[in-house]
Design a protein around this ligand. Structure first.
Ligand code: ADP
Ligand code: MG
Length: 578
């Protein structure tokens, strides 16, 4: 075939593929236009996954009749005029490509009226061909009706999923924009059934309530943190609200819905140790920053952006979410196994055998417990407050501290709690660059396995920072001259055993933590009081005081809970008082 210039409508249909991939892309572009037009109400209705019909109606500022034809031509926009404007663009659109792209691949009717004009205007297209323009009476605002999407492009239609799948993508788009703009009333009707109805009250809580329901809304924790001209706000779910994928994590940058791998990771890192593997948090995080610090023109559908100070944003988001989780999370309440319906026997006098920690998530909690857990969450205050009020009753199995608190009984895992305390101390000292190291009277040799010496090689300078003084001593053997003070404090430490255990453990931790945290957690674990140690009353009191002062009293550095709460309600139920 000889080279030939494609006819404009063919070129347009091909180019439209960049912007309009599927029905949800049409909805996204039209909703963005409505938002840019200052609409306070946007209603979307779709039929058959949006393939048969998509209609988006808004009450925004409308398009002047004499500009309507222009709006449907390529590179026609009212949102910027020079390249420099890109630096500070605050509208969602700016490329002038959406309307012509939609018109190239579907039948389109657009009716619009500006508030100050008497008559409205209507324009119609069929797969890129204009079917003419005329004046028409319509309310102020704009309505765009798109039907028979990809009707003339069987190759594109083939790639669409089922109507149900396409509908749910559309619902996702509307949901995210309703979260991004709680001041706008959004409705979505799917085949005549109302799927979204967000009130547009201006309060994000109200949007969350209408979109995700009251159970979720009641367990979202407010996020708010600023650093200079950059701020993070929104709501994040308590860890047990987790989901199977990331579709409940909404990242907004200056109220623009975007995906950013690194910021998503920052949000997930903030949950570290509190979510089970491959579960994702429910979160709405809005990052506000000066427009010149973000490049919104780096992706054809503007789905991704580029940040000028990505590292700073990463740590700000992580800190914001983490602080919210720690400040507001209620104390973990004992679940399931304590319920009468699940108890192994009514007279369970011997303690249940220890079982590996599994997070109590996504398991429906039996009736009464669910009731007490939710009822208590707001009344209870943070774990920090609870810890201040605990009265230690005693110790059981030399492992758990029993305490009475504001609303029931609390069991504290002494090892997990102390591990958290030591971990925080270690990290604190690292920051202060005080590295207490305890020289050994007699240096000890440690023979290492191949794996251990591999780990040691990658950790050798970090180990020195922590107070290890090590010297190579022949093939795979090392001379230990000093230990971190927190390890040496344990009665009669065998330095070579301590080093070997540490290297094994750190190799495991490293999989889920950053190297530095992995080492701190392992050193903390080895320096912490073990289960199986008798503690005096004063020691238990001191431990709870110290736990209260830690950065995250809820979990040990490995993510196991430190405190479990048995509510009064649960106790009363167990004893048949309720
Ligand atoms: P862009 O949004 O990038 O400017 P579009 O092709 O989406 O490009 O829209 C072209 C122009 O049409 C916009 O710049 C805007 O002036 C106008 N327009 C589109 N949709 C609407 C709407 N719902 N209300 C008011 N004006 C609109
Ligand atoms: Mg647009």
């Amino acid at each position: 075939m000889p080279i030939q210039q494609l006819p404009p409508h063919v070129a347009a249909q091909i180019a439209a593929g960049e912007v309009i991939e599927r029905p949800a892309s049409v909805v996204k572009e039209l909703v963005e236009n409505s938002l840019d037009a200052g609409a306070k109400g946007i209603s979307v209705s779709i039929r058959e996954g949006g393939v048969a019909e998509i209609r988006v109606t808004d009450n925004g500022r409308g398009i002047a009749a004499d500009e309507l034809g222009l709006a449907f031509t390529h590179h026609a926009t009212s949102k910027l005029s020079t390249v420099d404007d890109l630096e500070t663009v605050s509208t969602l659109g700016f490329r002038g490509e959406a309307l012509p792209s939609v018109a190239a691949v579907a039948r389109v009717v657009c009716a619009t009226r500006t508030p100050d004009s008497e008559a409205g205007a209507r324009i119609e297209f069929r797969y890129g061909n204009s079917l003419g323009e005329r004046s028409e009476g319509c309310p102020p605002g704009t309505s765009v009706e798109v039907s028979d999407l990809f009707g003339a492009l069987p190759a594109r239609r083939k790639f669409l999923r089922s109507a149900a799948a396409e509908s749910s993508r559309i619902q996702e788009v509307v949901t995210r924009y309703a979260l991004a703009h709680p001041e706008v009333r959004f409705t979505l009707s799917v085949d005549g059934r109302e799927a979204v109805n967000a009130p547009g009250s201006g309060r994000l809580q109200d949007a969350i309530l209408s979109l995700y329901g009251s159970e979720v809304a009641g367990r979202m924790l407010p996020v708010s943190l600023a650093d200079g001209e950059v701020s993070v706000d929104g709501y994040v779910g308590a860890p047990d609200l987790n989901r199977r994928n990331r579709s409940y994590t909404t990242l907004l940058v200056n109220s623009r819905w975007v995906y950013d791998r690194s910021i998503y990771f920052a949000i997930e890192r903030a949950y570290q140790g509190t979510l089970p593997e491959r579960r994702f948090p429910l979160a709405i995080v809005n990052l506000c920053l000066p427009p010149e610090q973000v490049d919104v023109n780096s992706h054809p559908t503007k789905r991704e952006v580029r940040f000028r100070q990505a590292d700073r944003l990463f740590s700000l988001v992580q800190r914001a979410v983490r602080e919210a989780l720690i400040a507001h999370a209620p104390v973990r309440t004992a679940t399931r196994s304590f319920s009468p319906t699940h108890a192994p026997s009514p007279v369970a006098t011997s303690p249940a055998p220890p079982r590996p920690w599994t997070p109590d998530v996504s398991v429906p909690v039996p009736d009464g417990l669910a009731l007490s857990a939710t009822a208590l969450a707001p009344a209870e205050g943070s774990l920090r407050d609870v810890l201040a009020d605990l009265r230690v009753v005693g110790q059981i199995r030399q492992t758990y501290i029993v305490a009475e608190g504001p609303s029931g009984m609390y069991l504290i895992d002494q090892h997990a709690a102390h591990e958290r305390v030591v971990f925080d101390q270690i990290r604190q000292r690292m920051q202060e660059e005080a590295r207490p190291s305890q020289p050994l009277l007699v240096p000890q040799t440690a023979e290492l396995s191949v794996a251990q010496s591999g780990t040691l090689e990658s950790y050798v300078s970090l180990l020195a920072d922590y107070g290890f003084v090590l010297e190579p001593f022949g093939d795979r053997a090392w001379l230990v001259r000093a230990l971190p003070a927190s390890l040496a404090a344990r009665a009669n430490p065998d330095a070579s055993v301590a080093l070997r255990e540490l290297l094994d453990a750190v190799a495991v931790e490293q999989v889920v933590m950053e190297r530095e945290d992995a080492l701190a957690a392992t050193v903390a674990c080895h320096g912490a009081v073990r289960a199986g140690m008798t503690l005096a009353q004063a020691e238990m009191d001191a431990l709870l005081r110290q736990l209260r002062a830690t950065e995250n009293p809820h979990h040990c550095p490995h993510g196991r809970p430190t405190v479990v709460h048995f509510t009064e309600y649960q106790l009363e139920r167990e004893f048949g008082r309720r």
